[in-house]
Write a protein that binds this ligand. Structure first.
Ligand code: ING
Length: 310
């Protein structure tokens, strides 16, 4: 029987280096109000959405690096967002840069959280696939220093009961790797939220540039279909500190169809009425592991074990 929920992607345009978190949160609250007015029960924001995507430039000073991170969540600057969500009765997904000082050494993560309408944090994810490089490459038009500024996520790909279903999170580059969706799919997620900051230009492989939007949709549509889940992709888009980033925020059904897509590359809300049960017919037929996933049919297994397929 249907399990309807209205999901929203709150795409954001550029955030400048000088833009305060307070100013950004004001933009986010405006988007949350628009989404709520359109019936949204959950509003999803991009990766690292509180500041400019600082891995795009070289930073040596430790204190300056730390200034791009949140020491607590909610923080004084983000508390108004939590308060507005409670006032509107909506849940939300938030991508932010997390400074963790709970252990014996400072750790930095590219993180995201799911937040219930009462302001409680349902779950946290820390980005596992960190693209780019750790060294300074002044010869390229911009950097991608996630390997320099972030520790590899240490929480795995988690899934949480939320909003009448099971929700999971990916962050940006994670969405390009089928294993990431599969680990969530094996936990029977109904919805995956994935924020991203994706430059139009890929310095390491410029010939890929023309396919940037195609690859963006291809990887999320495949992940949705092959794991019978909804996927919400949320961009930080536009020219941010000289780096042009793709938009293309979208809401994708478990059948792989894009049911909502942003039209611009600025702040923009897209919304879709999603039936969380839409994935059931795929899990029960096409992707029924028990019926169809028979490892003895794999050639390499037969070779290794010498067993003959039936
Ligand atoms: N950004 C990009 C992403 O995976 C990238 C980096 C772009 C990698 C294109 C490979 C190809 O969308 C982040 N922040 O992961």
């Amino acid at each position: 029987m249907p399990r309807p929920i209205t999901l929203a992607a709150a795409q954001m345009g550029p955030v400048s280096r000088q833009e305060s978190r307070t100013a950004v949160v004001r933009r986010m609250i405006e988007l949350m109000r628009q989404a709520a007015a359109m019936g949204a029960q959950v509003v999803a924001y991009p990766e690292a959405c509180l500041t400019a995507f600082f891995p795009h430039w070289w930073i040596e000073d430790e204190a300056e690096v730390d200034s791009w991170f949140e020491r607590e969540m909610p923080s004084p600057a983000t508390q108004p967002l939590f308060d507005e969500a409670r006032r509107l009765g909506v849940g939300f997904h938030l991508g932010y840069c997390e400074l963790d000082t709970s252990g014996d050494r400072k750790r930095r993560f590219n993180s995201s959280i799911l937040v219930a309408a009462d302001g409680s944090i349902i779950g946290k994810y820390r980005k596992i696939h960190l693209p780019g490089h750790a060294d300074h490459r002044p010869q390229t038009p911009f950097q991608n220093l996630e390997k320099r500024f972030f520790d590899i996520g240490d929480l795995g790909f988690g899934a949480w009961r939320a909003w009448g279903g099971v929700a999971g999170m990916l962050i940006c580059n994670d969405r390009r790797w089928p294993e990431a969706y599969r680990v969530l799919g094996l936990q029977a997620v109904d919805m995956i939220f994935c924020g991203y900051n994706t430059p139009v230009h890929h310095p390491a492989a410029p010939d890929h540039d023309r396919l940037g939007q195609f690859h963006n949709e291809l990887c999320m549509q495949s992940g949705a279909y092959q794991n019978s889940t909804w996927v919400v992709g949320i961009a930080k888009a536009g020219v941010e500190e000289g780096v042009d980033m793709i938009a293309g925020s979208c809401i994708i059904a478990p059948n792989g169809e894009i049911v909502a897509r942003s039209t611009g590359n600025a702040d923009e809300v897209i919304v879709a009425r999603c039936d969380l049960d839409l994935g059931a017919s795929y899990r029960e037929t096409t992707f029924n592991f028990a019926l169809h996933r028979r490892t003895e049919h794999y050639g390499m297994l037969v070779e290794r074990t010498g067993r003959q397929a039936p």
